[in-house]
Design a protein around this ligand. Structure first.
Ligand SMILES: NC(=O)c1ccc[n+]([C@@H]2O[C@H](COP(=O)([O-])OP(=O)(O)OC[C@H]3O[C@@H](n4cnc5c(N)ncnc54)[C@H](OP(=O)(O)O)[C@@H]3O)[C@@H](O)[C@H]2O)c1
Length: 273
């Protein structure tokens, strides 16, 4: 598996949702020691401070670690969006992040689409971030993004993806326009561990169902950002980089898709799959 995609985004990253406080910091430090070089945070997670602290404590050069943060859906109005990014940079203690995302689109355009998308583009122009992207965007909003900002401006759409939600329509569209997807909740919040098909394939490869799941998603071209506070599980997940699945394995895991969506808050847009 290639370690980074065409935009230099490490294919296997570390999620931080819920990893606050000293335990969260320990998980981040363990992740960096194990070799993770891509960390996913967000204004709404309360983990930006821990991410900055872990990066500094690790002693690794800033340029070695890819940091993503996300503008909260409560801060989408343009001046506030840009101010919120400046606050994120202060909290993280960095000059710029590597990737900045719109966390959720504004439901029913309560904040005008072009306001927050142009704020995102301006954040890049002002040097607050190297790359920009979106999260939880269905096809219709990806099309509007392309119309507004031009082709190839976005570096990812971060969405829920795992064996039980493979989102065929969104995935096909993203492939067609050359947009990499980032799989959040890639382990279906640990449900993959109990899956008989994944257990069988994992046993044949001498790894865990979680590692097989992450290897599958990466083989499909998706970036993955699993989270764990446990060192052993962080290691298990990192081992996914060395797993090569057969065509039969891939087909068996593709057949697990049943459209199960785990993250579907009231503010969610109309999904494609
Ligand atoms: N953009 C968005 O709207 C959005 C939404 C949700 C998530 N995200 C991002 O995606 C990241 C990952 O999603 P997620 O944290 O919701 O779910 P996930 O990565 O699918 O699952 C995390 C859960 O699985 C457990 N786990 C991790 N590795 C395991 C393993 N090898 N074996 C068994 N259990 C394991 C963890 O528990 P332990 O800690 O006990 O190991 C944790 O409870 C988040 O942290 C966040 O950064 C983004």
């Amino acid at each position: 598996m290639t370690e980074r995609n065409v935009n230099g985004i490490p294919m296997l990253g570390l999620g931080t949702f819920g990893r606050t406080g000293p335990e969260g910091l320990d998980a981040l430090l363990a992740g960096l020691e194990i070799g993770y070089r891509h960390i996913d945070t967000a204004q709404s997670y309360g983990t930006e401070e821990n991410v900055g602290a872990a990066v500094r404590r690790s002693g690794l050069p800033r340029g070695d670690i890819f940091i993503t943060t996300k503008i909260a859906d409560t801060r989408l109005a343009k001046p506030e969006a840009l101010e919120s990014v400046e606050r994120s940079l202060e909290t993280l203690g960095v000059d710029a992040v590597d990737l900045l995302l719109i966390h959720w689109p504004s439901k029913n355009d309560a904040v005008a689409f072009q306001d927050y998308m142009l704020a995102l583009a301006e954040a890049k122009e002002r040097g607050f971030t190297r790359l920009i992207g979106v999260s939880n965007f269905p096809i219709a909003l990806l099309q509007r993004s392309e119309d507004l900002l031009g082709k190839g401006t976005l570096s990812t759409n971060q969405v829920e993806l795992h064996p039980y939600l493979q989102a065929p329509r969104l995935t096909a569209y993203a492939r067609q326009i050359g947009l990499p997807l980032t799989a959040y909740r890639p382990l279906a919040h640990a449900r993959v561990g109990a899956d008989a098909t994944l257990q069988r394939i994992a046993a044949a490869h001498g790894v865990t169902p979680a590692a097989v799941t992450l290897a599958f998603l990466m083989a499909e071209g998706h970036i993955v950002i699993p989270a764990s506070s446990n060192r052993g599980r962080l290691e298990e997940n990192f081992a996914a980089r060395t797993v090569t699945l057969s065509a039969q394995d891939m087909e068996a895991i593709r057949a697990l898709d049943n459209g199960t969506r785990l993250v579907d808050p009231e503010k969610a847009p109309a999904w494609d799959d």
